[in-house]
Design a protein around this ligand. Sequence first.
Ligand code: PLP
Length: 399
Amino acid sequence: MDKFIYLDNAATTRTSPTVVEAMLPYFGEYYGNASGIYSIGVKSKEAISESREIIASTLGARPEEIYFTGGGSESDNWALKATAEAFCTGVRQNDQAKNHIITTRIEHHAILHTCEYLQKQGIEVTYLNVDENGLVRPEELERAIRPGTFLISVMFANNEVGTIQPIREIGEIARKHDILFHTDAVQAYGHLPIDVEELHIDLLSASAHKLNGPKGVGFLYIRRNLRISSFIHGGAQERKRRAGTENVPGIVGFGKAAKDAFGTMEKRSAYETKLRDYLIDRILREIPFTRLNGHRTKRLPNNANFSFQFIEGESLLIMLDMEGICASSGSACTTGSLDPSHVLLALGLPDDIAHGSLRLTLSAETTREEVDITVEKIKRIVERLRSMSQQYEDFCRRM
Ligand SMILES: *Cc1c(COP(=O)(O)O)cnc(C)c1O
């Protein structure tokens, strides 16, 4: 493939060569089942334990609180469905029945669609609004709490607009009312410091491929002594809570990716933030009728999301692709559909402006030169698309 500029790191990242190298022996050499008693099985078991310890230490958690899964979506499904099961039926049937979840309108579809599924099972869900920057208002969250609320699920940082939520305040509210607190930290884990004790987090989802690890492996942090049902029934793996022969190479890759990500976090974050701000400043200064979506400073170090008035985001993406630039209109799931992003609509953007949006997400490998090339191309493409827009012509005539 020709050289291209990859600016879609919120959708997925490149598995780093050091991660691939760490994984390789667990395909060919140490292929033993981690439940086996022969030595190559023991080698797999030890490798899983090591990854679990690395990951636990990055969160201020204990190794036995980390459960490996098949990715972020699975972790989100588990957190919601299994707490619902534990509180609404089964193990909690003698307690006062609880049937209410509080979440937000800007969650990933792994949360939103799971909530819709649970609503069909009779569970009630409150979807909190956010302010124009995408922030949850803690007072509004507290007002939404009812006697039947058993779970608050608020994402750590948004995958489309990058806004970082007031997680500590939310955790404190949950703790004060004795309600479980889950956070979808798939965008934040490996990019921001997280301490589950300090932030009062009971459940946390993460996924390896968002931090230069392999695809198809994630974890769910489950606070010790928490009553939650098993997710995949079968063998005794993951303390009998998530059955299935372990994805040993994936788990090893996740451990290595976490170690690398936390080791380089400060430096990487400073680099990305600087480059992000340079990109944002140039776009806003050099392209008229453009807005930045999401909070100016409370945002992921690598995220920039813009709306360009008078253009279609899809056309912009296609033209950028022809120029060798990989970007996104928001989330991978909405790309290709004509619906504007649910996140941008929740921020209060009118339909037509939400349609003209572009998400650029950087990595530590992105260079300033690549950003400069990208800005120049966006400038030219936006100008060209606007020159073909009737709406823009009408607007200019009125000015
Ligand atoms: C990518 C993402 C997910 C889904 O993770 P997968 O590992 O791809 O299943 C969930 N939530 C957020 C916020 C994400 O960015």
